[in-house]
Write a protein that binds this ligand. Structure first.
Ligand code: ADP
Ligand code: MG
Length: 238
């Protein structure tokens, strides 16, 4: 239910072409990582999939339905960003349930979904706390919890760990890998961190200024980089 297909997707900002015709098929349940240097178009491409940027040319389909002109709310996806502003005056449970409340979901359903998300993320003991009484990693988990409660078809992550210190980043990387194993949902994860990409991905998409330099499993990219750009970026010995 979470397949995503990009067909000849382009993005132009004025007369500058930032995404240069991308074809990509993501399978249901796959963990795909977009990597590449700063400014190569990772966030723009992710935002186009999420519907936060419109698509200048080409088409995006989710589960076989063309969603190119659908607003974000009609795509069934959820985005997790690096800045995870939580509402300081709300508890963890209220933060996680907020979007469901706004959408008018019944209280019992909100409670059930928040408790499930808390269980998955090991936040059950923290549901009554305020964000200021949480660690950085717990706060990031609450931010992910806000997405889980909405039961999305796919998760889109834009460098969700880049504001965390090194030790926490490693811990959260494990948490996200476990989350993927538990939920078995499609995840697209943007990072400029090669180690994150190599450890999390089923497949890595290496972006080079608006086009795909190579797509493959971490092992394929490491052992057979398509060109010097990929080799240098992945840190391959070749
Ligand atoms: P990345 O996430 O890989 O660092 P981005 O997708 O943020 O790259 O940006 C890709 C390119 O598009 C950059 O050159 C950036 O300056 C440009 N860009 C991004 N957003 C806009 C915008 N709203 N208007 C004009 N140019 C933009
Ligand atoms: Mg970016």
């Amino acid at each position: 239910m979470g397949s995503i297909a990009l067909k000849s997707v382009e993005k132009w900002f004025g007369n500058v072409q930032v995404i240069k015709g991308i074809d990509l098929n993501i399978q249901d349940g796959e963990f795909v990582v977009f990597v590449g240097p700063s400014g190569c178009g990772k966030s723009t491409l992710l935002r186009m999939i999420g519907g936060l940027e419109d698509t200048s040319r080409g088409a995006i389909a989710i589960n076989g339905t063309d969603v190119t002109d659908h607003p974000p709310s009609k795509r069934g996806l959820t985005m997790v960003f690096q800045s995870y502003a939580l509402y300081p005056h709300l508890s963890v449970a209220e933060n996680m349930g907020f979007s469901l409340k706004v959408a008018g979901a019944p209280k019992s359903e909100i409670k059930e979904r928040v408790e499930h998300a808390a269980q998955v993320l090991k936040l059950t003991d923290f549901l009554d706390r305020r964000p200021k009484d949480l660690s950085g990693g717990q706060r990031q988990r609450v931010a992910i919890g806000r997405s889980i409660v909405r039961d999305p078809t796919a998760f889109l992550f834009d460098e969700p760990l880049s504001n965390l210190d090194a030790a926490l980043r490693v811990e959260m990387r494990y948490e996200i890998a476990k989350l993927h194993q538990k939920l078995k949902r499609t995840m697209i994860y943007v990072t400029h961190d090669q180690v994150e990409a190599m450890t999390l991905a089923d497949r890595i998409v290496v972006l080079e200024y608006g086009h795909i330099a190579q797509v493959g499993t971490p092992r394929e990219l490491y052992e057979s980089p398509a060109n010097l750009f990929v080799a240098q970026f992945i840190g391959s010995p070749k």
